[in-house]
Design a protein around this ligand. Structure first.
Ligand SMILES: Cc1cc2nc3c(=O)[nH]c(=O)nc-3n(C[C@H](O)[C@H](O)[C@H](O)COP(=O)(O)O)c2cc1C
Length: 510
């Protein structure tokens, strides 16, 4: 008999919290015999090798429009999700990718949909990062179905290529059980952050869509919805074609809020939640009436009386001629495994915040000044400072519009941060530990239960910008997806309604 509860998004969040009282008793044994393989194989399909276009000398590419087209696509995919390192591990090798992934499990898959370009016939392609190639596995025009599944999103009108990201649930659930859903979405957010930035290098503008009919997209891709689900669509507008210079439209659409659901056993919550945050195909969407909400020029959410306010305005990071340093940074990005405990300078912290939250300052470097998010107005940033020269240790609220830090609590939290990050030394030794949060109640009231996807995707996009800014400045950085949820608020003084979505640690690598 179904019962009336809190919404399924709130229920999922509460049920997947880590808590010091229960975590010890709940530790789950990882079954190494059932370790998932992080690559998808196709028995049939035509292989298109993209490696030659990474290796060709630039003069050859410049002089040949076909090579140039392939080179742009090849680079975009490599920057987004290509294999960038090989780690020896117990005999077999583990491959790391340009986007980070919780536990190195890489649940995200990446597909290309072509409307039919002179070089890429219409149909479906899976990106095979192991060989940096595409498998052309469905040869027919699915573009109209893609448009219908997005309620005819205007970004698909004049464009010819789209990327779809999916998550293969078991790859992450094998280790993280039901809480894996949070990490699948955060991982995907990092991947979207890479795609958005890499698009600038390849003269594309990426348009994000996360409000779509799941069933229609899953059917379109021929994926088994029990094991894999679509998470985002990214339209690629070709900036070399004026017709593809498109108006911006919202990426998020509301779903219902479900408060009537049966008892869901452990181990089934992830899939149940994903399935029950769909948008009904009958939803009426009028794009003419929908506008992207501004994020700048608004007042910041928290303004604590009598708190210290410190401006973070600064000079932007230099990404090199033709964004060459952005490309290098994406290639060499790695998650730092240990920090030295040394301080950052305040100038470094300001630059990290500037690149992450002030994209309008990068228009001169040919970077998109308004990259798409699902709804950044729902996300807040809190920063625990343990070692920044010229800045008191403590917890601060970052006000993105005023571009300032507002201090909440004075204290060096190193010992507490160690505990809050489940005893991970990264939390203790980092100079800065940054928290992305959201008021779930407000978010659910605005978008229904599907907002849980949107919040984690956005937190991942921000996380990827922090990652790349840090690597560019030779700093260390690592995401942290495991933390004691409620204790973070209690210890650091973060308002109780703010649910912690994700943590990024920053510091000097050891
Ligand atoms: C969402 C997310 C959560 C993560 N959580 C942790 C964590 O709790 N502890 C940790 O040491 N690393 C964490 N990482 C870093 C991953 O372990 C790392 O990305 C992965 O091993 C691949 O290595 P690379 O980032 O150097 O390519 C996280 C990464 C992501 C994207």
């Amino acid at each position: 008999m179904p019962e009336l509860h809190q919404s399924i998004a709130q229920h999922y969040h509460d049920r997947t919290k880590y808590d010091p009282q229960t975590l010890a008793t709940k530790t789950h044994q990882i079954d190494w015999a059932k370790q998932p393989v992080p690559f998808k194989e196709y028995k049939i399909g035509t292989n298109i090798d993209l490696k030659p276009y990474l290796e060709q000398p630039s003069a050859t590419i410049k002089n040949n429009p076909q090579s140039q087209w392939w080179s742009r696509l090849s680079q975009l995919l490599f920057h987004s999700y290509g294999l960038t390192a090989r780690m020896p591990s117990m005999g077999s090798a583990v491959y790391l990718r340009s986007a980070p992934s919780a536990g190195g499990l890489y649940p995200a898959e990446l597909y290309i949909v072509s409307r039919g370009t002179p070089l890429l016939p219409p149909g479906l392609y899976n990106y095979q990062c192991r060989t940096h190639s595409l498998v052309y596995y469905w040869e027919s025009d699915v573009w109209p179905s893609l448009q219908a599944a997005t309620f005819w999103h205007p970004s698909l009108e004049n464009t010819q290529l789209a990327i779809i990201t999916t998550g293969i649930f078991y790859r992450s659930a094998w280790r993280y059980e039901d809480r894996a859903y949070r990490r699948i979405l955060l991982d995907t957010g990092h991947l979207l952050g890479n795609i958005q930035l890499a698009a600038n290098i390849s003269d594309y503008r990426s348009h994000l869509i996360a409000g779509f009919v799941d069933e229609a997209i899953n059917d379109l891709l021929y994926i088994d919805p029990e094991n894999e689900g679509a998470t985002a669509i990214i339209t690629l507008a070709d900036l070399l074609d004026v017709r593809q210079n498109l108006p911006l439209k919202p990426a998020a659409l509301p779903s219902t809020t479900e408060t009537t659901y049966p008892f869901i056993p452990d181990g089934q919550l992830l899939k149940y939640f994903h399935k029950n945050t769909q948008i009904a195909p009958t939803t009426n969407v009028n794009w003419n009436l929908l506008q992207v909400e501004p994020t700048v020029g608004l007042s910041d959410k928290y303004n604590f009386p009598f708190c210290d306010k410190i401006s973070t305005k600064t000079k932007p990071i230099n990404w090199g001629e033709n964004l060459s340093e952005l490309s290098n940074t994406i290639y060499k990005r790695r998650s730092t495994r240990a920090y030295s405990g040394e301080n950052l300078t305040f100038a470094e912290l300001k630059a990290l915040l500037d690149f992450t939250y002030q994209p309008q300052n990068y228009i001169d470097q040919n970077l998109d000044p308004h990259p798409d998010y699902l709804d950044l107005n729902l996300i807040e940033t809190f920063i625990a400072v343990s070692g920044v020269e010229g800045l008191d240790s403590g917890c601060y609220y970052y006000a993105p519009n005023a571009q300032e830090l507002r201090q909440i609590r004075f204290k060096n939290f190193r010992r507490e941060l160690h505990f809050l990050c489940l005893g991970q030394e990264l939390g203790r030794d980092a100079a800065v530990v940054l928290f992305h949060t959201a008021d779930l109640k407000t978010a659910i009231a605005k978008y229904g239960d599907r907002v849980y996807r949107y919040l984690h995707l956005d937190a991942g996009i921000l996380g990827q910008r922090l990652n790349l800014a840090a690597i560019r400045m030779n700093l260390g950085v690592s995401g942290i997806g495991g933390f004691f949820d409620d204790q973070v608020n209690e210890v650091l003084g973060i308002p109780i309604d703010e649910a912690v979505l994700y943590i990024t640690t920053l510091g000097r690598p050891r």
